[in-house]
Write a protein that binds this ligand. Structure first.
Ligand code: UD1
Ligand code: CA
Length: 426
């Protein structure tokens, strides 16, 4: 059965206290909304993202990065029920399932979403919500069940009675709907509640009233339901994500010397027997080969492809570069917009000067196989150093270097014999 998603991302995120919309705040260089879109992309045929607050910015991110996603404007933002109703014209004659997700729950996984949909189908459900159990569910919508334990309704915390407030089962913010059956609900919601909003959660009662089969799926790992409402939540989610990703790599045969100080983005692949040393930060999309040594204190900023047996040492920053096998950049270097061959040695303090602040253009540095770059060299891009060439230490390389040549730009060393002695005599 075809599945489409509606992702709610129009809210202000007031508690973030930010000029950036909440869903564009990042974990390891990827916006929260990116995590949601990546989780649904193998499940759905089309995704609608409801935007409102800073709509242009969110639209640029979504439409610039996800081919099967488009944004729909919700203005003004009158609540989650109102948000989803914005997608009704686009889904008018759709006969499949619609997966609805809050845009601020980045820790949910594709596997959990798949289990949720299987549950919905297996139960022959018309409307399924995802729930989780928390000892301290403060701030979240409570799941109210009938005496026979079936789902009754969801009550937002601000609308709860004291007994309801004590309930530990909460609404995660993920819903699966048999669209043709539930769609009429969206023109019939009311905003008669403590917040004066059109609540999406009211579709449960609507469904029951209209004879639909409603269900709640209790998720196995409640950590995945963690919603981001503040910077404190963002830091907490980053920690959870860090642990999850590091564990995945260690299980796959990567050594992480100190998982607590190692940060690896979700979109980084790492080959077997690679060792990641402490205080290393890896963001964006990267591929790291086998038997590499990364860090301590290395920073990979995305778009980095590293082949096998490469060493990226302490205080080395790499961005948007390809580095071939058996190459070393051991200390204090910046490698950006570069193509580095195999068996290259990059001396301490080497900088690729890739950015021209006048033209705002970035240019490429190419170092072919077997090149040796002396310490404290600046490679002013665009520049190519051909195979086997050597660069003397402290050089500023502004022109291409032919193969097997030595290039150096420093002034010759002078020795003035007895200079110190002569000074003392005066
Ligand atoms: C919502 C649920 C609550 C659940 C919680 C889980 C409702 C009424 N309540 O509450 O039961 O426990 O999520 O985190 O749905 N949004 C829009 N347009 C709007 C309002 C919100 O797009 O007009 C978006 C927000 O950007 C956000 C999501 O919907 O991504 C949830 O909105 P939020 O205000 O955070 O809802 P909660 O109060 O957390
Ligand atoms: Ca929320």
């Amino acid at each position: 059965m075809e599945i489409k998603s509606v992702i709610m991302a129009a809210g202000k995120g007031t508690r973030m206290k930010s000029q950036t919309p909440k869903v564009l705040h990042e974990i390891f260089g990827k916006p929260l909304l990116g995590y949601i879109l990546d989780n649904v992309k193998n499940i759905t045929s089309e995704n609608f993202v409801i935007v409102g607050h800073c709509a242009e910015q969110v639209k640029n991110f979504v439409e610039g990065n996800y081919a099967n996603a488009q944004t729909i404007l919700q203005s003004p933002q009158l609540g989650t029920g109102h948000a989803v109703s914005m997608a009704c014209p686009m889904l008018k004659d759709f006969k499949g399932l619609v997966l609805i997700l809050n845009g601020d729950i980045p820790l949910i996984t594709e596997e959990t979403l798949k289990k949720f949909i299987e549950f919905h189908k297996g139960e022959n459900s018309d409307l399924t919500i995802m729930s989780a159990i928390f000892d301290n569910p403060s701030g979240l919508g409570r799941i109210i069940r009938e005496t026979d334990n079936t789902l009754k309704c969801i009550v937002e915390e601000k609308d709860t009675t004291p007994e309801q407030k004590a309930i530990k089962e909460i609404n995660v913010g993920i819903y699966c709907l048999d669209w043709a059956k539930v769609q009429p609900a969206f023109s019939q919601l009311s905003n008669n509640n403590a917040q004066g909003e059109y609540y999406l959660t009211d579709i449960i009662e609507w469904g029951k009233k209209h004879g639909l089969k409603v269900n709640a799926y209790i998720m196995e790992n409640n950590e995945e339901s963690f919603g981001i409402n503040s910077r404190l939540h963002l830091a907490e989610a980053t920690k959870i994500m860090q642990k999850r990703i590091n564990e995945k790599h260690m299980i796959n045969g990567v050594t992480i010397v100190d998982p607590a100080t190692t940060y690896i983005s979700a979109d980084t692949e790492i080959g077997q027997d690679t060792v990641i040393y402490p205080a290393t930060y890896i963001e964006g999309r990267n591929i790291i080969g086998k038997n590499c040594k990364i860090g301590p204190c290395a920073h990979l900023r995305g778009g980095v492809e590293i082949a096998d047996n490469v060493k990226i040492g302490n205080f080395v920053e790499v961005k948007k570069s390809k580095i071939n096998s058996n190459t070393n950049a051991g200390h204090l270097s910046y490698i950006g917009d570069s193509e580095v061959g195999a068996h290259v040695n990059i001396g301490a303090g080497t900088i690729t000067a890739n950015y021209n602040p006048l033209t705002k253009e970035k240019s490429k540095t190419v170092l072919k196989d077997n090149v040796k770059v002396g310490s404290n060299t600046v490679l002013v891009a665009p520049v190519t150093v051909e195979e086997g060439a050597n660069i003397g230490a402290l050089s500023v390389i502004t022109k291409n270097v032919p193969e097997w040549a030595l290039a150096l730009t420093r002034s010759p060393m002078r020795v003035i014999v007895d200079w110190v002695k002569n000074q003392m005599k005066q």
